[in-house]
Design a protein around this ligand. Sequence first.
Ligand SMILES: *Cc1c(COP(=O)(O)O)cnc(C)c1O
Length: 467
Amino acid sequence: MDAEARPSLRDLPSVDQVLKTGAALEAAQRFGRVPLTAAVRAALEEVRACVLAGQLASVPSPDHVALAAAEQLALASRSSLRPVFNLTGTVLHTNLGRAVLAEAAVEAATAAMRSAVALEYDLGTGKRGERDDHVRELLIELTGAEDATVVNNNAAAVLLALNTLGAGKGAVVSRGELIEIGGAFRMPDIMARAGARLVEVGTTNRTHAKDYLGALDAETGLILKVHTSNYRIEGFTKEVSARELAQIARQHGVPLVHDLGSGTLADLARLGVGREPTVRETVADGADLVTFSGDKLLGGPQTGFLVGRADLIAAINRNPMKRALRVDKIRLAALEATLRLYRDPDTLAARLPTLRLLARPAGEIRALAEALAMPVATLIGDDWLVSVVDCASQIGSGALPQETLASAGLALRPADGSGSALAALAAALRRLERPVIGRITDGALLLDLRCLEDPQGLLDSLAGLPS
Ligand SMILES: *Cc1c(COP(=O)(O)O)cnc(C)c1O
């Protein structure tokens, strides 16, 4: 470029000139005068750098700078925790926030956020009440346990149980159940932090009753049984059943704590989702305490439960750690509303998204895929081949890891077979106003439609792809 034709810094519009444009006045309304001024300065700074580097043929108009600043503000003001379309095929996706809450839970949480609530206040007597009372009776009713309490999540429930019953004592656990479930939750580490001494018994694949019996002594604080959630040991294996372990624990006067992991309050077989013992069955098997999650199969907000013997729950409630692990009014409201849905098994699957999505028939999902194939193909353009495919969804969050659910979706394949195009499309889908998250498999970007309940919303979002 010849030096004469280069724009000069003197031609740059001033901040004031930009702020007086129509575009700037509009943006000031939307984002506020102060953030807009900062964005305009930043935009002008960028133009200045380009001019100095000789990258511009002419300086932009004040309007142009205002629009660029407004666009920056719009991008920066998008929530980082904004909703996405979970088309990964994993219904309870930990990285995507696990359970989607029921409408009743959303309403209850919203109401609790907007107003003062009787959180620890007994409306009958006008005296101080208990936070747990909002869900205690429901949990007792739904699990058959003597008493119950709620904490931040199941990791907290396990930590609290181990600390309350096992601090300075031994916690006996099978080597086949010393799990890591991801997110730095490793049983031996949790035990150390709880102040309990890990007493490993048995071997990785086989643990017998005599292994537990040989480890019990005056120093034993508890026996721990752990649901192996996200893995299975197959072949030459042996574990001691929860029922047998409960007998051993009772005979020796030590409590049995059963960490169920996901835990379910509903009969999943009835919904065609495989077989997982319910919390009620686990309680009936005789564990003194059972712990489980609120946002896995239960389908509620992130919470963790301890249910079982009243004297042990009382001891847990006296532990000062409980205060640090408690839940706030918003989650408690959502949880109460979620648990209430379980009172009516006939309407449960329709009202609770987690169970509704898990029980969704493959035929219905396939029909959705067939209806969406054409419009999606039109929106993503000629470079892509879109086909309806059968696929398999997963439950997620360590629940029934080997169980898959027949599903259907759209496979997006680059017409020229290029692998880098796939990653680029996945990235473009993640940049959408409402990001679309699929998974790359067999040379295609697969959108499993099991969790899609708003097809028009998906099309609207895809319409934002750059052409
Ligand atoms: C998921 C899980 C936990 C942790 O539960 P969070 O609610 O995620 O804290 C603990 N134990 C087992 C066996 C699990 O599967």
